[in-house]
Design a protein around this ligand. Structure first.
Ligand SMILES: NC(=O)C1=CN([C@@H]2O[C@H](COP(=O)(O)OP(=O)(O)OC[C@H]3O[C@@H](n4cnc5c(N)ncnc54)[C@H](OP(=O)(O)O)[C@@H]3O)[C@@H](O)[C@H]2O)[C@H](O)CC1
Ligand SMILES: [K+]
Length: 501
């Protein structure tokens, strides 16, 4: 399952399921799943493991105590830190505490709370706060999290790393806030966007989902998903033997102001190697005779290109001059599929009348802003975009009637009807010049081969990130991966996906 629900929906699902289940059932399931995940993380047999379980005042703490019981039963030595008086725990959590104590879990005496880092733990379980976190962590909670974050052992967060906003992937309290830096997170019922976007991946580590066997009848139709090839596999079609280059469409990359001639070349090479039949590069000025490394590309003055017969990838290194504005206006007038990137987006942000033209276009557009470009388009600051990436991507998609890829850690793909996909592939190797040009070229190639915009965007983002992941696994990055190196890896992955289907 790849559905993602906002916390408000998870609450409704939980409440509906709890009405039909005996009390304490879901917590038992969550705790058992957490105990199993913890056992898998142990580098030693259970009877040699010393596990610290941090239990907060709510049901996240209850999950932790239930997991503690399971781990003690499996033979681990388990110490639980519980600041809340047992009488103040919610009923399910109180039951979990009683069970944990029956299984031999010890409660840490309060005078030791400040010294949790004096012992060597095999594993720490973070059950301080889950989706009930309502304000920044301060006081003793903050000190506790600081101590945990300094520990060298693995940390398993339950549901959400404490301190992280599960919807937005921001630390509650912003720059002054704090959250647990987990190596692993086991999240319950359904995935949450905040584990995969913004700062979320840095805090959540590797994420596992435990659905708690909640029946489908309790799950509303989602409008958010985690990206995976199943979402675009309908278009991973093998080529017919009876094909010719015209079968796979044309891409024209429009950009390349003086000093930026390489940007459209990167996009064009990506388009060619992801299967476009023919690829043109239309320069705002001074086109090179050809691309020596990829002579298949046809480099021309943009004024000489036919804008009506190709998928247009507009903006890479295009600059902000009047000539660039004229090219963007021409592209918006053309009856072609459009991918708008970089300076096309910056120009658009300055030109309200072009924004209206874009929103009313018959053929909708795929836009690939990074957070600063998104901020310019929405008249906000970059930090306001990053504070809620899902909402920002949705706003752009609906304002411009476009498919929008908001780039950055955990790219968000949004559609004008509010559907959102959060992308889990990719790593900091992609934070390099030209990486966005390659992405826009992949988008163009898939559109030229007849993919619908939504699936083209999902596939392009997934492939781009996955290629970087595979290269990093081979030691090619994250330091020093260059954007051009992504292109052959993306080609390999695309062919593999088609063959596997
Ligand atoms: N209910 C179930 O059967 C299941 C729940 N699951 C797990 O439960 C959590 C959500 O539990 P909930 O009790 O709603 O919330 P939390 O445990 O995350 O925390 C709520 C308590 O924390 C207090 N709080 C909130 N923020 C702070 C803060 N910054 N500092 C101190 N205290 C804070 C809050 O107090 P209030 O004053 O705000 O009311 C509550 O006391 C979910 O994440 C799951 O882990 C499982 O899914 C199983 C089924
Ligand atoms: K937690």
């Amino acid at each position: 399952m790849s559905a993602i629900y906002p916390v408000a929906e998870i609450r409704k699902i939980e409440q509906a399921a709890l009405r039909d289940l005996p009390p304490y059932t879901l917590m038992q399931r969550a705790g058992q799943a957490a105990a199993q995940a913890a056992l898998r993380l142990l580098p030693c047999p259970p009877h040699s493991a010393a596990i610290l379980v941090l239990a907060g005042p709510g049901n996240n703490g209850g999950d932790a105590l239930e997991a503690a019981a399971g781990l003690a039963k499996a033979g681990c030595e388990v110490l639980a830190l519980l600041k809340t008086p047992p009488s103040q725990l919610p009923p399910d959590a109180a039951q979990a505490l009683a069970r944990a104590q029956r299984q031999g879990v010890h409660l840490m005496p309060p005078e030791q709370f400040a010294d949790i880092d004096s012992a060597q733990w095999t594993l720490v379980i973070d059950g301080l706060f889950g989706i009930g976190l309502s304000r920044p962590l301060d006081g003793d909670w903050r000190s506790l999290v600081q101590a945990v974050n300094a520990m060298p052992c693995p940390v398993l967060a339950l549901d959400v790393p404490s301190g992280l906003d599960a919807d937005t992937g921001t630390v509650v309290g912003g720059a002054g806030g704090i959250a647990v830096t987990a190596s692993n997170t086991i999240t319950f019922i359904a995935d949450k966007a905040g584990l995969y976007t913004g700062d979320g991946p840095d805090y959540a580590g590797s994420v596992e989902l435990a659905t708690l066997a909640i029946a489908d009848q309790y799950l509303p139709a989602p409008n958010m998903w985690l990206n995976h090839p199943g979402l675009f596999s309908d278009y991973l079609r093998p080529r017919k033997r009876n094909s010719h280059k015209g079968s796979f469409g044309d891409v024209a990359v429009i950009g390349g102001a003086a000093g930026m001639a390489g940007a459209p070349i990167l996009a064009a090479r990506a388009a060619a190697r992801c299967g476009a039949g023919r690829v043109f590069v239309g320069y705002a000025e001074n086109p090179p005779a050809y691309d020596q490394a990829q002579p298949e590309l046809m480099c021309r003055h943009a004024a000489d290109l036919d804008f009506s017969s190709a998928v247009l990838v507009v903006g890479t290194g295009m600059g902000m001059a009047n000539s660039a504005l004229a090219l963007l206006t021409r592209a918006l007038d053309a009856l072609s599929w459009l991918v708008l990137d970089a300076d096309a987006l910056n120009l658009l942000a300055r030109q309200p009348q072009l924004q209206v033209q874009l929103a009313q276009r018959q053929h909708a557009v795929l836009m690939t802003p990074h957070p600063l470009e998104a901020a310019r388009l929405l008249g906000l600051s970059t930090s306001e975009i990053q504070a809620d990436r899902v909402t920002a991507a949705r706003r752009l998609a609906s304002r411009f009637n476009a498919v929008v890829v908001l780039k950055g850690a955990g790219s968000i793909i949004a559609r004008a009807d509010g559907a959102v996909v959060v992308n889990p592939t990719g790593n900091p190797a992609l934070a390099t010049a030209g990486s966005g040009d390659v992405l826009s070229g992949i988008c163009g190639a898939l559109l030229a081969q007849g993919w619908p915009q939504w699936e083209a965007a999902l596939a392009a983002v997934w492939l781009h990130g996955r290629a970087a992941d595979q290269l990093v696994a081979q030691g090619i990055g994250p330091i020093g991966l260059t954007a051009g190196e992504l292109i052959p890896e993306v080609r390999l992955l695309l062919n593999q996906l088609v063959q596997e289907r």
